[in-house]
Design a protein around this ligand. Structure first.
Ligand SMILES: *[C@@H]1O[C@H](CO)[C@@H](O)[C@H](O)[C@H]1NC(C)=O
Ligand SMILES: *[C@@H]1O[C@H](CO)[C@@H](O)[C@H](O)[C@H]1NC(C)=O
Ligand SMILES: *[C@@H]1O[C@H](CO)[C@@H](O)[C@H](O)[C@H]1NC(C)=O
Ligand SMILES: *[C@@H]1O[C@H](CO)[C@@H](O)[C@H](O)[C@H]1NC(C)=O
Ligand SMILES: *[C@@H]1O[C@H](CO)[C@@H](O)[C@H](O)[C@H]1NC(C)=O
Ligand SMILES: CC(=O)N[C@H]1CO[C@H](CO)[C@@H](O)[C@@H]1O
Length: 522
């Protein structure tokens, strides 16, 4: 892949022991720091069977959004800041919606779930608060959301920062914790849902748990949760990207850092049994496996939603972010363990840059489309709102939809068999076959978003010179139709076409596919 990708640059353990907890991972021949996102106790483990996993997890967000009026041309008011953008309207731009989406009944959740029906419980620690609060601030919408940050020790809250109210977790000294290598903060964190339930806020459909190093796309959370009946028992989340993690813990467990949602009646049932349940599983490692143990007692399985991302990976997340499954992107976790997601930027700023696209069209964020320019023999893979990869050669969709292994697993392995998703090798880092363009500006008008993606050569300035195959194309504009919010209930990739290419820029259009349209390299 182009130099901008800096593939396999593994980052992570430069932190001092004052800033992260360490543990030694099973099967690793050396001491490796595993971060306990919200815990403030540091320790090193001797080579052992401890899985390297963040014991906290959970989080979530949601959102509601909606009321999208697919025939309306008025963008929501928060798009107003972008109104200076020039809109390019192309005659081809308006394509027919697939039949399935023309059924207006699918547009409204029968359960009328919106952001106000969700209460967040965010697990945090006093020690990391000053740093981690910036991640929460990046997605939290004060006034529109309800929720609490649960801490082990109180910190001073600055109300004008627009963060959720802070709460002190109840003491857990009466609970036994017998796992030899883990951290008993897991007990406190596993009680976040129950403690949030006990606050008895009115009109709650869902409790969503997350960590202080998780960001949510609230609108997408709402969109996904609104498929489910909140009056039934539901436990919704996702597994780890690491097969080893899932074997060690469970494929039936919602990883807490990726966030998970518990319906109101299930939270009520959990709250009743949790304290006794905790005493039956004193030997478990983390907070989320303790939750899962109680869910198993209640007989409630995990409902998997692949938009929740535990992100048990290190290094360059580009390959994963550019091959998102066809489902709304709900959460991102382990923000301190992956490289900044844009080249040459600090972590938080890079994250904010991605979230800016999410405010334009949350449902479209990271959705992948493919385009071919057969004349030049180019393949484009667009991850909306984030990046475009331009490859030399015509690569079929079944390859482009696999994640490139720019990242390594939580166990520092990069073997294909370690991942719980389909991957392919990362492109050679020589800039001769592929180039990446990153979102630079994005705006929304009249039901279309326009994004300008430019090359950012990253640390290897010389790379640009070698990209002869690009013929000097420095920027790509993508015009995309806003999609019906609940498109994911009958998912179909959007179609892309190349509108215009000249020697400095390119224009692509993304919209709903025609019913019989196919995406191929012929
Ligand atoms: C939806 O769009 C139509 C056409 O622009 C408009 O008449 C109608 O008022 C809009 N409805 C809502 C709820 O915005
Ligand atoms: C959410 O739904 C409630 C009713 O259940 C309604 O009162 C409220 O206005 C809705 N909020 C938004 C933002 O649509
Ligand atoms: C509180 O937060 C606001 C907004 O971030 C900031 O301007 C102000 O300096 C903070 N006050 C204190 C006492 O830290
Ligand atoms: C996209 O951004 C680049 C860099 O700022 C600029 O040179 C180019 O003109 C922009 N393209 C369009 C079509 O707006
Ligand atoms: C290339 O296309 C862009 C966008 O349409 C346009 O602004 C620019 O003038 C074109 N350049 C040439 C050399 O035609
Ligand atoms: C994309 C594109 O149009 N590239 C052209 C740029 O200009 C050279 C020669 O001037 C052409 O050979 C390329 O095809």
């Amino acid at each position: 892949m182009a130099a901008v990708l800096k593939s396999l640059r593994v980052e992570g353990f430069h932190g001092s022991l004052e800033t992260m907890a360490g543990s030694r991972c099973k099967r690793l021949p050396y001491i490796m720091a595993a971060a306990f996102a919200s815990c403030c106790v540091y320790f090193l483990l001797v080579l052992s069977n401890v899985p390297c996993r963040n014991p906290n997890s959970a989080d979530a967000s949601f959102a509601m959004l909606a009321t999208a009026n697919s025939s309306s041309s008025a963008p929501p008011s928060h798009y107003a800041q972008h109104k200076s953008a020039v809109l390019h309207v192309f005659p081809q731009a308006k394509s027919a919606l697939p039949d399935i989406l023309s059924d207006s009944a699918t547009k409204i959740s029968v359960f009328k779930t919106n952001l106000s029906h969700i209460v967040f419980g965010i697990a945090a620690s006093a020690k990391l608060w000053e740093k981690r609060k910036h991640y929460i601030k990046a997605w939290w919408m004060p006034k529109m959301m309800r929720g609490f940050v649960w801490l082990d020790q109180m910190v001073v809250q600055n109300a004008s920062e627009g963060l959720p109210p802070l709460k002190l977790s109840a003491d857990t000294a009466q609970f036994k914790y017998t796992h030899k290598k883990g951290n008993r903060a897991a007990i406190r964190i596993s009680r976040v849902v129950s403690e949030t339930y006990r606050i008895r806020l009115p009109d709650v459909q869902w409790f969503v748990m997350g960590d202080d190093d998780t960001v949510f796309i609230p609108e997408n959370l709402v969109s996904v949760l609104s498929k489910y009946n909140p009056e039934k028992f539901y436990y919704i989340g996702s597994s780890s990207e690491s097969h080893t993690q899932n074997i060690e813990f469970s494929y039936n467990m919602a990883y807490g850092g990726g966030g998970f949602a518990v319906s109101y009646p299930l939270a009520k049932a959990l709250e009743k049994i949790q304290d006794s349940c905790l005493q039956r599983y004193t030997y478990l490692f983390g907070s989320d496996d303790r939750i899962q143990a109680c869910m198993a007692e209640l007989g409630v399985p995990l409902t998997k939603e692949p938009g929740f991302h535990q992100f048990d990976i290190y290094g360059d997340a580009f390959g994963l972010l550019t091959a998102h499954p066809l489902t709304p992107f709900i959460s991102l976790h382990h923000l301190d363990y992956i490289n900044p997601i844009f080249p040459n930027m600090a972590r938080l700023q890079a994250l904010q840059r991605l979230l800016r696209s999410g405010r334009i069209d949350p449902g479209g964020l990271l959705q992948q489309s493919f385009c071919y320019d057969k004349k030049q023999s180019w393949s484009f893979s667009i991850s909306w709102g984030y990046a475009i990869q331009l490859h030399q050669g015509l690569i079929p969709p079944r390859e482009l939809e696999r994640a490139t292994r720019t990242f390594v697993s939580w166990y520092k392995k990069s073997a294909e068999t370690e991942y719980t998703l389909s991957t392919r090798p990362a492109f050679a880092d020589d800039c001769t076959q592929s180039a990446a363009y990153y979102i630079k500006e994005i705006s929304f008008k009249n039901h279309f978003s326009i994004g300008n993606y430019t090359q950012e050569v990253g640390l290897k300035g010389q790379c640009k010179l070698k990209m002869a195959f690009l013929n000097g194309v420095e920027s790509i504009n993508v015009v995309r139709e806003k999609f019906e919010e609940l498109w994911h209930q009958a998912p179909r990739r959007q179609c892309c076409k190349v509108l215009k290419i000249n020697n400095s820029s390119m224009q692509l259009h993304i919209g709903a596919c025609q019913t019989k349209q196919i995406i191929n390299t012929l």
